[in-house]
Write a protein that binds this ligand. Structure first.
Ligand code: GLN
Length: 316
């Protein structure tokens, strides 16, 4: 077993989970009603090891939208399909140092990285770009289900409709990128591409299902529950590198410093963290700090690092 004294480990994690419950700073996102209506008290954590040991605490079966956590998986799915070089002829690997939805490109007129909106929209435009929209959606949904070992992946149509309704920035950003010739050759309209992007933000999971997806990344792209290869080796390494440097909005540098693990957060309060060769963890708590990360999620990771030597450079 990858974690030999499992019950001791679980006791420690449960203690950290309970400790973080007392953090009530931050605010639920309000830019769409579906997020504004989330219960701020929800708090769930699920852990899945690379050999399939599982434990959950709190609201681990509550459904929530992936939002920006989808950016990591969309990239991993695309890079596994068309290869890293093809993806990175359209998008860079550098932290932008700007807000996640800022209208800016890098020195080569490409989006800075796949974890900000500009890069994620370009990644979306590349996903099975020759296919019709319905098949493209089904393809990605199916890939998510594979990554989650068949556990719950849903879709919130209300969230999708609201996202589309409040998307002026993403439209502005996309027209700017169109002007700069960032998009691949395609028969699809910009409107279709953005719909697809909002649809992928509106996919739903639970702490349980996302912990398996995170564990699949921790396990080199092989789902620990099914043994299925979902992400090829190089894209698995690449997505973890990008999560490490760019996964936590404008807290990414500090998170890499303090926690030292690849992670990705979303505005729903969802957050995944990957401990390579060990486990995937999903945390869910809708109260966000000023940078848009789950307050309890970040605290949980910091507390965990103070008790376990999981930081990338703890092994030195
Ligand atoms: N769906 C929103 C957007 O793309 C927010 C995504 C997020 O989690 N930050 O602008």
């Amino acid at each position: 077993l990858i974690v030999p004294s499992w019950s001791t480990f679980v006791d420690h994690m449960k203690e950290i989970f309970n400790k973080c419950k007392s953090f009530d700073q931050g605010h639920v996102a309000t830019y769409i009603p579906q997020l504004a209506r989330q219960d701020p008290e929800k708090w769930g954590v699920s852990i899945c090891t690379v050999d399939g040991q599982r434990i959950s605490f709190g609201d681990a079966t509550t459904r929530f939208c992936f939002q920006s956590v989808s950016k990591a998986f969309n990239y991993a799915i695309l890079a596994s399909d068309i290869g890293a070089d093809a993806v990175h002829s359209f998008v860079g690997q550098e932290p932008s140092g700007r807000l996640f939805n800022e209208i800016c490109l890098d020195g080569n007129n490409k989006p800075h990285n796949p974890m900000v909106n500009s890069g994620a929209i370009i990644v979306t435009s590349l996903l099975k770009k020759e296919w019709n929209m319905a098949d493209r959606f089904d393809y990605v949904l199916n890939e998510y289900k594979k990554l989650a070992g068949g556990e719950f992946i849903g879709f919130s149509n209300a969230t999708f409709l609201s996202e589309r309704e409040t998307a002026d920035r993403n439209f502005a950003l996309s027209y700017f990128m169109k002007e700069c010739k960032c998009f691949p050759q395609s028969s699809h309209t910009l409107r279709e591409t953005l719909d697809f992007y909002f649809q992928l933000c509106s996919l739903e999971g639970t702490c349980e299902s996302l912990s398996v997806m995170a564990a699949t990344l921790a396990n080199g792209g092989v789902c620990p529950m099914t043994g299925e290869k979902c992400v090829t080796n190089r894209p698995c390494r690449d997505v973890l590198s990008l999560m490490y440097s760019c996964g936590m909005y404008d807290y990414s540098g500090q998170f890499a410093f303090h926690v030292g693990l690849p992670a990705k957060s979303g505005v729903s309060g969802a957050m995944i963290v990957v401990i390579p060769n060990l486990m995937g963890i999903c945390m869910f708590s809708p109260r966000l700090d000023k940078l848009g990360n789950s307050v309890r999620g970040v605290e949980f990771c910091k507390e965990m690092i103070s008790q376990f030597k999981f930081h990338n450079y703890d092994s030195l």
